[in-house]
Design a protein. Structure first.
Length: 323
């Protein structure tokens, strides 16, 4: 499969996220590069730099519709998340609207980010002592021009693993959590229309699992176990069950886009759902190097769905996978 467009990025790419016609790329220079996708052409329109010098700026980024969140977990000691909003009146630009500060002086605020509509989840972690690591996930809701904290979840995890949090529609996924018997699980929180928790689902992983990444979309949660196994769980009402297990090429990153699961590693393996709602292998995009950078997926409202991958030589490549 040949790329339909290729554009260079000046610095090494750490993470890429996309929504509608806009692509945001976090770089090793602690900037966020913004691209606009129009008529199968990707053009650079903006560079977001730290409001004040901060080497942790753009540690994580999240985007949904016209809202972009950029984290700086070391900002002002405790960390902060910067909320940008898209203005398309003249030249499209993302403008800083609100700086979300760490509630209750929680350290490393913004270590993990996710946003859906007007609701955001922000993860952080404290280290009260050498033996115990306490991880927090905060849920914020947009009120006017500011994100206001609604509630937080505290998990104790004695393993040095990073807590991640994601939100999609009315589901928040948090994990991994390790209990006193060293069993690994994820917690799913079902929210009501006001954003309050009405139910918790514990997703217990197979014994001995060492998850490296989790993605949530619609009623599906995909967990990468090790680097070659994907566990696909389906959420139904107040339960969640393992629906499929995929053995995939070596992977370091995962994205979900509509009916696609896109795994990135030495190459990009794309799986598409069939009539039975089961992921089947669709195509593979070979990588040019085993040091290939992270990738992202992008659905453009003005064109067919495409996938955007980033290569080791700092180029973004766009592939049409609508066939």
């Amino acid at each position: 499969m040949d790329a339909i467009y290729r554009v260079p990025v000046e610095y090494s790419i750490r993470k890429s996220v996309a929504s509608s016609r806009y692509l945001a790329v976090s770089t090793s220079k602690n900037t966020v590069e913004i691209f606009q996708y129009t008529h199968r052409v990707l053009r650079h329109i903006q560079t977001l730099s730290p409001p004040t010098p901060d080497e942790s700026f753009a540690t994580d980024i999240a985007i949904h519709n016209d809202k972009l969140l950029v984290s700086a977990p070391k900002y002002n000691v405790f960390g902060a998340v910067f909320y940008y909003k898209l203005n398309e009146v003249l030249t499209p630009q993302f403008t800083l609207i609100h700086t979300i500060l760490s509630p209750y002086s929680a350290l490393n605020f913004g270590a993990s980010l996710s946003i859906y509509n007007d609701t955001a989840t922000i993860g952080c972690y404290n280290t009260p002592d050498i033996q115990v690591k306490r991880k927090f996930t905060y849920l914020f809701q947009l009120s006017g021009r500011r994100f206001i904290p609604r509630w937080n979840i505290s998990d104790i995890n004695s393993r040095p693993t990073m807590m991640t949090c994601q939100i999609h529609q009315n589901i928040v996924a948090v994990g991994p959590v390790v209990d006193y018997k060293w069993r690994t699980s994820y917690n799913l929180y079902i929210l009501d229309e006001n954003g309050d928790i009405i139910h918790r689902i514990i997703v217990a992983l197979p014994e001995g699992s060492h998850p490296i990444q989790m993605k949530l979309m619609d009623n599906t949660i995909v967990i990468i176990q090790g680097s070659t196994t994907a566990l696909i769980y389906k959420i139904s009402g107040e339960s969640c069950s393992l629906a499929q297990q995929l053995e995939i090429p070596t992977t370091s990153n995962l994205n979900l886009l509509g009916n696609l699961a896109i795994f990135h590693g030495e190459s990009t393996a794309i799986y598409k759902k069939d009539a039975e709602d089961t992921y089947q292998f669709f195509t593979n995009i070979p990588g040019s190097s085993t040091s290939c950078s992270l990738s992202c997926s992008l659905s453009c409202s003005i064109d067919e769905p495409v996938t955007v991958t980033t290569s080791h030589d700092n180029h973004i490549e766009i592939y049409d996978i609508s066939a």
